[in-house]
Design a binder for this molecule. Structure first.
Ligand code: PGA
Ligand code: ZN
Length: 449
């Protein structure tokens, strides 16, 4: 039984306040969880409760959410059975009583939900992935490593938010990480050789300015190469420089366009960073965006595209999925916000073929499990993800193994808030020994063979 729950305000990887929760049980179980926070958030995410008191952290304090943990949630949950995750989450949902967690805050609820699961696992002296996933939990994920940061995550020259490498041809998870680390280093020396910036963005990927490439371009039109193409060229070069192939036997590329951030009032996608450099309007309609993405897929070893269209552009998502969904993973992040209600709609509309899973978008472990199960039952993939604001908490590493999800998106080969998840997966891999499996390209079981 739960005997004590204690929340407090701590800081995330951007130095912004977030919620930490500790849970104790009568049989000596102890659980600790720290909640992440997004920057390019979806409009339908559950509420991240912030104080709004401008005198503290520019209004971003979380003392109200912490008080909700200590004064509202704790009195209801203390005394309940720690292993009864469904009832514990439901008790919080009932207490909150709103669709988007507006009363308690999803940050308060998720902190408790995860700390409770950890305390239950600890009481049983089990690792978290085994407590949640049971004996079936032995699949290590293919990592999506965000090595070039753009959009809202870095002051780089690229409007698309993320360019990621996926070592689908590696034989094991640890080898996949080695390939990725070597490619990251090769990319760094490439940028260095072009006198570009090697400082990193929020998720640990480089944030280049591409000054060397822009000099040779027709700036007014960007007809030669768009910044996304320059980034993709660089990635291909880095992969080869590190000694790997591109494609199924080697390393493939994933993108998160985070297009909700580009979609402005006139129903066009605006490339604001290109506009800043050129001083001219540079925008695309939804149909032009689909054609542009298809062109990128035809010219580069791209296997996954997240938020290629904006969260309100369901029609665009449907067209994109129809056009290239048989050979490319089409991931909905802002589109679904890990919410079973929207995932269900997406499945019936064939608006994607994969769901991005971010626990704090929905707010409880039980609802997260429902979102993953629903996706997998529909023949979709599910990618377990960090947020751009993170902590050293590595819970998602255990969860991706527990859920048999097969893919994890948790940043680049730098910043300890990102590496903590990879290191935890290395620990799990060695603990599983020869029972550990790594699917590689087969993780895309719903794409063309
Ligand atoms: P966020 O970005 O955590 O800032 O929302 C991550 C993503 O868009 O996938
Ligand atoms: Zn995203």
């Amino acid at each position: 039984k739960i005997v004590k729950i204690l929340g407090r305000e701590i800081l995330d990887s951007r130095g912004t306040p977030t919620v930490e929760v500790e849970v104790w049980t009568d049989f000596g179980g102890y659980g600790l969880a720290k909640v992440p926070s997004g920057a390019s958030t979806g409009a339908n995410e559950a509420l991240e409760l912030r104080d709004g008191d401008k005198k503290r952290f520019n209004g971003k304090g979380v003392l109200t959410a912490v008080a909700n943990v200590n004064e509202k949630i704790a009195p209801v949950l203390v005394g309940m059975e720690v292993q009864d995750q469904l009832s514990l989450d439901q008790a919080m949902l009932d207490l909150d009583g709103t669709e988007f967690k507006k009363n308690l805050g999803a940050n308060a609820m998720l902190g408790v939900s995860l700390a409770v699961a950890r305390a239950a696992a600890d009481e049983l002296e089990m690792p978290l992935y085994k407590y949640i996933g049971g004996v079936q939990a032995h699949r290590l994920p293919v990592p999506m490593l965000n090595v070039i940061n753009g959009g809202e995550h870095a002051d780089s020259a690229i409007d698309f938010q993320e360019f990621m490498i996926m070592p689908v041809g590696a034989p094991t998870f640890s080898e996949a990480l080695r390939w990725s680390s070597e490619t990251f280093q090769a990319l760094k020396s490439l940028l260095h050789s072009k006198n570009d910036i090697t400082a990193v963005g929020d998720e640990g990927g480089f944030a280049p300015n591409f000054a060397w490439a822009y000099e040779k371009q027709d700036l007014a039109s960007f007809q030669a190469k768009t910044p996304a193409e320059i980034a993709l060229d660089l990635l291909v070069e880095a992969i080869e420089k590190a000694g790997y192939k591109t494609g199924r036997e080697g390393i493939m590329i994933a993108m998160d366009c985070a297009s909700s951030e580009l979609f402005l009032e006139d129903k066009k996608y605006h490339f604001k960073k290109i506009e800043k450099v050129t001083g001219q309007k540079w925008a695309m309609t939804s149909a032009e965006m689909v054609a542009y993405l298809e062109k990128l897929v035809n010219n580069y070893p791209i296997i996954s595209i997240e938020d290629g269209l904006a969260e309100s552009d369901w029609e665009g998502f449907e067209v994109l999925t129809q056009q290239i969904g048989d050979r490319v993973q089409i991931v909905g992040d802002d589109l679904f916000t890990t919410n079973p209600k929207f995932i269900k709609e997406g499945i019936s509309k064939k608006a994607a073929n994969s769901t991005l899973i971010k626990l704090n978008q929905i707010g409880t472990l039980s609802e997260t499990i429902e979102a993953i199960t629903m996706s997998q039952k529909a023949g979709w993939t599910a990618v377990v993800s960090h947020r751009s604001g993170e902590t050293e908490d590595s819970t998602i590493a255990d969860l991706v193994v527990a859920f048999n999800a097969g893919q994890i998106k948790t940043g680049s080969m730098s910043r300890s808030d990102r590496i903590a998840k990879y290191n935890r997966l290395l620990q799990i891999e060695s603990e599983l020994g020869k029972n550990a499996i790594y699917d590689g390209f087969a993780t895309f079981y719903n794409l063309e063979a």
